[in-house]
Design a protein around this ligand. Structure first.
Ligand code: ATP
Ligand code: MG
Length: 420
């Protein structure tokens, strides 16, 4: 169903999407780790500097307020110092001094005597990064807490997010372009197929017309001589029923071949046209009469509804051929008895002729193929009838529409310009 090119295109798109998605995912994940690493490093640097500064001064004096106010270090939310019981010895917010803090970070730092990292939420709902550092100041174990705002460090995440959005946009554009390309590809493949098919048909048409020409003359002689022999042998001694039967077969089969060569020539002929004044009622009448003359062993009720004095300018012979081919098909679609309705209408500068039968109808498969030359479902059909109809209609600027249901019947609508 899908061509090789389409499959390659699809594989390239899927591969590009996967590649971009995976690399975006890893870039984003790495950016999260990078932010945490830089927060840790920054906090640790501050903690070590503070530890050494505090070792040199008297702990009665709160220096943290000044440090935060100076803005020496970027991103400090607060800094504090606790003793082993969690009592606040020093705090950048003086009001909190001597308050006892008992949270999991303090407990873990006391228990492990190692740095403990984590996140906590402030009363302002801001989530901050916290380092709890085991400090040894004046030979006493205390806990130094450095709390950092995350936003100055989240630049990397913002960049990664921007990259992710750009990547999603690129993937989206790639797929839109892919779909567009896929549709163009499909169209051009269909076009190529149509060109190949029309070249094949043109060659077939040319060959058929050469063959038809070559067959026509000898066929005329065969039929003519068979008719002559049949006439001359009547009443002679050697004349028998068998001879009459054999000669009649030669004559009917020759006639069949003649009509086939006529069809082939008609199909292959160039599409010049004449502009005659054509009375629609009269031409439909003539066509129906032509066909009725050849109907054997069927009862067909023709119902005609055609406005009087509806005259158009078109090629008389071509329109008649079109009508005969379509009506003939309707007759052939009816097995024993049936109705064929022909309705003509005029609409602005067009006329519509509807030919409707209650015959066998067509399956979907047949409907798809009926205009292809040599497509037939009949034992003695050539399959050229509707191919000729289509070609002749085109040459007089007309169109044909089909509606058919298997088992119920068929209707063809001819739409023809009033002026060729
Ligand atoms: N009115 C119809 N009802 C049912 N089937 C139809 C009708 N008209 C056409 N068809 C189908 O379309 C096919 C092609 O028709 P087309 O006239 O081109 O060829 P054909 O009638 O088979 O042979 P011929 O060259 O003798 O006309 C038919 O064989 C038939 O299956
Ligand atoms: Mg036919």
């Amino acid at each position: 169903m899908f061509s090789k090119n389409t499959i390659y295109l699809f594989i390239i798109l899927v591969a590009a999407t996967l590649l971009i998605s995976i690399s975006t995912y890893f870039t984003y994940r790495n950016s999260l780790t990078a932010v945490e690493d830089s927060l840790k490093l920054h906090a640790l640097g501050i903690a070590i500097s503070l530890e050494s500064a505090l070792s040199k001064i008297d702990l009665q004096k709160n220096i943290f307020t000044d440090i935060v106010a100076e803005g020496k270090w970027e991103g400090i939310a607060f800094i504090s110092l606790y003793n082993q019981k969690g009592a606040t010895l020093m705090h950048s917010n003086e009001e909190l001094i001597s308050k006892v803090v008992d949270d999991e970070f303090i407990r873990k730092t006391i228990a492990t005597r190692e740095s403990v990292y984590g996140y906590m939420t402030l009363g302002t709902d801001e989530n901050i990064f916290v380092l709890n550092f085991p400090a040894h100041i004046h030979n006493t174990f205390s806990i130094l807490r450095v709390a950092l705002h995350k936003y100055p460090f989240e630049k990397i995440i913002r960049q990664a997010r921007f990259q992710a959005i750009s990547a999603i946009t690129v993937v989206f554009i790639l797929w839109i372009m892919g779909i567009f390309f896929f549709r163009t590809l499909k169209k051009s493949e269909a076009l190529n197929k149509a060109i190949e098919e029309s070249q094949r048909l043109a060659m077939l048409g040319e060959m058929s017309s050469v063959l038809a020409h070559e067959i026509r003359n000898p066929l005329g002689s065969i039929k003519g001589f068979a008719q002559l022999v049949l006439e001359q042998s009547k009443g002679q001694e050697t004349y028998t029923r068998e001879i009459e039967e054999y000669l009649s077969i030669i004559i009917t089969e020759s006639k069949r071949l003649e009509s086939l060569t006529d069809d082939l020539l008609l199909y292959a002929k160039t599409t010049e046209y004449r502009a005659d004044a054509v009375d629609i009622s009269a031409i439909i009448d003539e066509s129906v009469k032509n066909i009725m003359a050849n109907i054997e062993s069927k009862v067909i009720d023709f119902k005609l509804s055609i406005p009087e004095s509806l005259t158009i300018k078109t090629d008389h012979d071509k329109l008649k051929q079109i009508l005969i081919n379509i009506i003939q098909n309707s007759v052939e679609a009816i097995s024993e008895n049936g109705i064929i309705e022909i309705i003509a209408k005029h609409k602005n500068n067009l006329i519509e002729i509807l030919i409707q039968d209650n015959g066998c109808g067509m399956t979907e498969e047949i409907r798809k193929n009926i205009f292809k030359p040599f497509f037939t479902t009949k034992a003695k059909g050539t399959g050229l009838g509707l191919a000729i109809v289509e070609k002749l209609l085109k040459s007089i600027g007309g169109k044909i529409q089909l509606q058919s249901e298997y088992g119920s019947g068929t209707s063809f609508k001819l739409i023809i310009p009033k002026q060729i």
